[in-house]
Write a protein that binds this ligand. Sequence first.
Ligand code: ATP
Length: 593
Amino acid sequence: MKYLEFAESCERISAISKRLEIRSLLSDLIRPLVPEDVPPVLYMLQGLLRPEYEGVELGAGDALVLKALAVATGLGEDSLKDRVRARGDMGEVASEVLSEQRVRYQSEGLAVTEVYAALLDIARTGGEGSQESKVGGIARMLSRTSPVEAKHLVRFLLGKLRLGVKEMTILDALAEVYGGSDPKKARVEIEEAFNVSPDLGEIGTLLAQGGLNALSAVSLRWGRPVRPMLAERERSLAGLFERMGKSLALEYKYDGLRVQAHVDASGNVRLFSRRLEDLSAQFPDVVASLPGAFENLPVIAEGECVPVDVETGELRPFQDISRRRGRKYDLERMTEEVPVRLFLFDLLLRGKDSLLGMPYPDRRKALEAVVRRGDRVELATRAIVSTVPDAEAFFQRALLDGCEGVMAKSLAPESRYKAGARGFLWIKYKREYTTELGDTIDAVIVGAYRGRGKRAQWYGAFLMALFDPDRGGFATLCKVGTGFDEASLARLTERLDRSAVPAKPSTVDTGFTPDLWVDPQIVLELRGAELSLSPVHSAASGLIREGYGLALRFPRFTGKFREDKGPEDATTVREAVEMYQGQVRKVESPAKP
Ligand code: ATP
């Protein structure tokens, strides 16, 4: 495929926001692709060069791309800079400049694979002289592009392609193209494969080469994270038994960071977060302890990484571990200041065998057999319970030991590890469920309001939204300005300024106009008194009552930045509807005397 066709598709996609229309444009784009074109197209649509978990970055900032544009067009950097300042988008400026020089800048028929290879090359260039060579590489490409190609290439280089193309919409399109007579069934199969191998390039290539049947080749692989299995929630312990039957397992629900640990036969370790980022560099202490923590290798195991007091063995608050997230420096000092322990709760791979299809009791048995417990690595505490009083006693013990609640796990034969799925095979039950609004809500910042008075130097309140998977977008739930200390406001202000966009992103549905629009990225944990119907907020709009959405009343920030969640992992509108209905039921059926 020619890069021009790709860029023209980007142009069309960036003008629409409806998921169905995007899907149909994507299908038209994907249908004619030969297998070699599939990975470049699918990665680049998402603004990526490789799956996100590989962490491949272009390392091309504004100044570098501007310099390359100046070289390619023969214009001065200062005049280009002025135009970018006025326009707010270097992609637009690149396109305009090239249109003005139309005679020179016809498309030279660059192939998608050619551009992709050049971009990978740029990403892999490091060390001395790398900046010059990146400028050269980019300038060479720009001098061969037409205006529309230049626009999307520049946006890509700057990490600002932002087409609003979600992974799930790409899966929809793949099902439409390769799903034969039953695209709905194909969609389920493709998502199942993607949950085990969240590499769209690989899934797309298999489909293009061998259709749906080829997906049976997808298996667990060291270094490629599995999308985590997720839990539903229940508001009462009795409800757990109604869902799961006479007996069930309860595990401590640790409040830390979810970690998927991959250890290969030679003891190489990779750690992945809930959103599949590579955490290995941030936890050298955990990495060092893991090869010795198993009887057999390779393994892929899951657990919660929790800060602990090494003297007493007691768990420390979650906030401590957030000091270790995202750190590049001072790692050694941090490992001493904030020691952590990994509490393992699942085993996905043992030797050559995938355990994903095994029921939970067998996986747990296998985990217990393979783990060598020690200071750094422990098993999640658990019990099998058959009565509500026993469950209550275990829950109270979990709270006393510093956990936020318990995780109930089904013992049924069908309790296999459902990668990437949220279901009632795992149910979380937390302390908060007995107070206020049952659970906390993880919402995404889509806009910010300037602070007043003492907060005038920062943003002081934030427009918060939930994720709506059906629309592939975000809908607002509340404005929040309570619960922030000065350090959080300063940190947020800096990050929001970096993700500012000139106008409301097409994926955001709201009637509000904040002082600053931002690309939805940052997820905050909120608590509130209750969810109520709202004529002004758009979350779950029309799902409960025509003309009304849901709003969180008296919202406040809990202090927890959900760095482990991407915007699409935020609480969904469907979950909010369930929480709203849970509240209504609670009011309707008062506790028995
Ligand atoms: P989500 O349900 O989307 O993960 P969340 O992170 O807000 O949202 P939590 O209330 O934190 O949900 O509950 C699920 C998380 O609990 C898991 O992702 C995992 O990080 C953590 N966890 C702690 N202990 C356990 C355990 N024993 N088994 C499974 N998960 C556990």
